[in-house]
Write a protein that binds this ligand. Structure first.
Ligand SMILES: *Cc1c(COP(=O)(O)O)cnc(C)c1O
Length: 401
């Protein structure tokens, strides 16, 4: 017997659930890519991406996923043999570094740990030791979607400044943009990249990059430039050069609608919504953890992301059984553990188009699965999540979930 019917619910960290309005925005004919309408659409999106990144720098839209946007960044600012410092806190900065190595960079990993955030003091110490300034750029993720960690991008930026080191500071916001505060210019970030299919509620297929003047200056002499990714090539007058060819018209319609929805809600409200729903998830997980089988992957509460929660499963229990039960019996797709956590964890995504019923429903289904599979867990996880929301989302508050 199953209680699955109708729509499957994706609780995976990308692609995420898309609002009906975003899906419907694509259900129309393409535009003439040389029309004013098209040019205005592109201009509006580039300006709004600047608002999301909080930068006065230049923005670029690539027909690419996050891996493509990584390559876009690297090819525009690095030359063969340049040293890149990768700040480890899970899988994704490491992946960005692996791409750089394949492209000919000299990649050094500042070893971190899958269970905690990058420590700014360790970054500062490494940069102070680099007296010849051989490190040309530093890469880090704001949220690592594998470990579930949240890195303090502002604090790392201050550490770089304190070391008085000229390396470009480059940040991956694929799993956080539109969900958690981000201030590229204020935090001293030189280059930021992101993607469409997570917090931005848009189909996979668009990659975004923002670059400030320092990055654009380095770009002038970068040796790894190639025609498709090249920033200068995209500065040409003709509209098609913004995309190095045909514009991804329908994805742009979707993105326009998604950003409109986000701005209508208000970014601050969207951040608050993510914070409240993430804490509801954490309240439930904390209670389940009393059964001594489940636990948070990220040990420090303050370092847990508001967009994805990675839950370790011990006691010889198999997270794949939980995953299968949720999918096959209840129609909820959880994220599996990936990288070092393959077979040891599951992930609950709470990013983008998420609301109270989606999150409470997902938690409820996990609790059903824990009961059905007789996985030891503390009782009352859902109640803890409900009490939390009941307290914070009071009838008099402006907060809507
Ligand atoms: C998903 C993700 C990526 C990779 O994006 P793709 O679109 O799958 O290539 C990169 N960085 C982070 C932090 C991610 O969560």
């Amino acid at each position: 017997m199953t209680v699955r019917a109708g729509r499957e619910f994706l609780a995976i960290p990308g692609p995420t659930t898309m609002p009906d309005e975003v899906l419907q925005a694509m259900h129309r004919p393409a535009l003439d890519i040389y029309s004013d309408q098209m040019i205005n659409l592109t201009d509006s999106l580039m300006a709004d991406l600047g608002k999301l990144f909080a930068t006065k720098g230049k923005t670029y839209i690539y027909i690419a996923n996050g891996h493509g946007a990584w390559e876009a960044v690297l090819s525009n600012v690095l030359s063969r043999g340049d040293k890149l410092l990768v700040l480890e806190s899970g899988r994704f900065a490491i992946g960005w570094g692996a791409a750089a190595r394949m492209m000919g960079a000299d990649v050094e990993v500042l070893n971190g740990d899958w269970r905690r955030a990058v420590r700014p003091a360790e970054v500062e110490a490494r940069l102070r030791a680099d007296k010849e300034h051989s490190i040309k750029a530093i890469v880090v993720t704001q949220v690592d979607t594998a470990s579930g960690v949240f890195n303090d991008i502002e604090a790392i930026g201050m550490a770089i400044k304190a070391a008085d080191h000229p390396a470009l500071y480059m940040v991956d916001t694929v799993a956080s943009l539109g969900c958690m505060p981000y201030e590229m210019d204020k935090w001293g970030v030189d280059v930021t990249m992101s993607g469409s299919q997570k917090g931005l509620m848009t189909p996979p297929g668009l990659g975004f990059v923002a670059a400030n003047d320092r990055a654009l200056a380095v770009h002038k002499t970068a040796g790894l430039r190639t025609p498709y990714w090249d920033w200068s090539e995209r500065e040409g007058e003709e509209h098609y050069r913004k995309y190095a060819g045909t514009a991804p018209v329908h994805l742009l319609f979707a993105l326009r609608k998604a950003i409109d929805m986000l701005f209508e809600e208000g970014l601050e409200n969207a951040y608050r919504r993510h914070e409240l729903l993430a804490e509801a998830v954490r309240r439930a997980v904390a209670v389940w953890a009393e059964g001594q089988v489940l636990s948070f992957n990220i040990q420090e509460a303050a370092e847990r992301s508001n967009t994805v929660t990675t839950v370790l499963m011990g006691g010889k229990q198999d997270p794949a059984a939980l995953y299968r039960y949720c999918k096959e019996h209840c129609g909820v797709i959880l994220g599996a553990g990936i990288g070092d956590l393959t077979g040891k964890a599951f992930r609950i995504a709470h990013m983008g188009h998420v609301n109270a019923p989606m999150v409470l429903g997902t938690l409820g289904v996990i609790e059903v699965a824990l009961a059905a599979l007789k996985i030891p867990h503390g009782r009352g996880g859902i109640d803890a999540a409900v009490q939390w929301l009941g307290e914070k989302v009071s009838p008099s508050s402006e907060t809507q979930l």
